[in-house]
Design a protein around this ligand. Structure first.
Ligand code: 5GP
Ligand code: MN
Length: 354
């Protein structure tokens, strides 16, 4: 099928693109880095780029830590990805030898965690960042940042377009890009999903992404204990009607009770947001090992959870999906969260009116 021309907002100039083309015209040692606790978009974009570059370059993906089991079917994930925390010397070696480092799906080096941040900071070659989060730090020589795009995977597709290389997208690359676009758009339902997104998705299916199989691999592989944990999360759901807010808590004891595995709580916060009338949702998850409460925040309309997370919980993300953390106990975190709501009452009241 012929490639469909799509419209996008370029934030890389033509000069930058031709410099990148020049850089990639000779074999390079390349490392691709997704953010810590990588999701479908982070791993999907990293693997897509890996498959795109692997024929001409020596490419390694270095992930700060492990990725969820529901991604452990993606093309070449086992061979291509090194875990910085568990395969530390191999990871460091790849970084030492690299001439180009791609930073995918994150906007600041602290998103890698302290250890990896320290190593990556020392890199003296060329950084290329492709990301859709707000307010990217000025780290990279080349930054392609567009917060209006639903996923880094869609941006990687646009990046291939900019390089005039969409014809190189094969079934593996298409599968990886499809996965990240699907997971970051909540299966094509969040407002960031555009007609362009759907055109790209159509092209990826034409290029060999098996859409039904991908949905099945990601969503229909629940364990019994994961569903039980979801049951507990839903019974812990609380609503603050006055503030159009709903939140869920999961203590470490509850996670342990249901044999919590990485990725098990992915998407749970969306149940809170799905309540009629609710425009702000949060999930608070206790992590005893890291001594933090990790939170995921979601909103509908103009209320910015990115701003809320930045202001109060040492985090950030997008306007309608962000994350943060607190170093106090679960109870204290909730108390603090509830005490903040009155300040935002007017904003929450009008959040879905525009
Ligand atoms: P999630 O709630 O699914 O973990 O994350 C939602 C969005 O917020 C994602 O785009 C994620 O990258 C971003 N995010 C999550 N946690 C943090 C954080 O601690 N800091 C920042 N800056 N962004 C985060
Ligand atoms: Mn993303």
């Amino acid at each position: 099928m012929k490639h469909i021309k799509v419209v996008y907002l370029p934030t890389m100039t033509n000069t930058e693109i031709s410099e990148i083309k020049d850089l990639l015209s000779t074999p390079q040692n390349i490392v691709i880095i997704p953010h810590r606790n990588p999701d479908g978009d982070a791993i999907g974009s990293s693997l897509a780029l890996y498959h795109f570059l692997k024929y001409s370059h020596n490419v390694t993906i270095v992930s700060p830590n492990d990725y969820p089991d529901f991604l452990k079917w993606m093309p070449s994930e086992k061979n291509a990805i090194r875990l910085f925390d568990k395969q530390n010397s191999q990871s460091k070696k790849a970084l030492e030898n690299a001439s180009i480092v791609f930073l995918l799906d994150f906007n600041a080096l602290h998103r890698l965690g302290k250890d990896m941040e320290k190593t990556v900071e020392k890199f003296e070659g060329t950084f290329i960042m492709i990301d859709h989060h707000q307010q990217p730090d000025a780290i990279a020589k080349y930054t392609y940042s567009d917060t209006s795009i639903c996923s880094t995977c869609q941006m990687v597709y646009h990046f291939f377009e900019k390089l005039n290389a969409v014809d190189k997208v094969d079934a593996d690359i298409a599968t990886c890009l499809y996965t990240g676009i699907m997971t970051d758009t909540g299966s094509f339902r969040f407002p960031s999903t555009t007609s362009t997104t759907h055109r790209i998705i159509a092209d990826l299916i034409d290029k060999g992404a098996n859409n039904a199989e991908i949905h099945n691999n990601i969503y229909d592989t629940n364990s019994y204990s994961r569903l039980q944990l979801l049951g507990r999360a839903l019974s812990n759901l609380k609503v603050e009607t006055e503030y159009r807010t709903a939140y869920i808590t999961l203590s470490q004891a509850e996670l342990d009770e249901f044999n919590f595995q990485k990725g098990d709580t992915e998407g749970v916060v969306n149940y809170a947001l799905s309540l009629d009338g609710v425009v702000f949702a949060a999930i608070f998850i206790e992590d005893v090992e890291q001594k933090i409460i990790k939170m995921s925040l979601r909103s509908k309309g103009s209320f910015s959870v990115n701003q809320f997370a930045r202001n109060h919980f040492n985090g950030g993300g997008h306007d309608n999906a962000a994350g943060g953390r607190s170093e106090t106990s679960l109870d204290e975190t909730i108390e603090n969260f509830l005490s903040l709501l009155p300040t935002y009452k007017a904003e929450l009241a009008s959040s879905d009116e525009d």
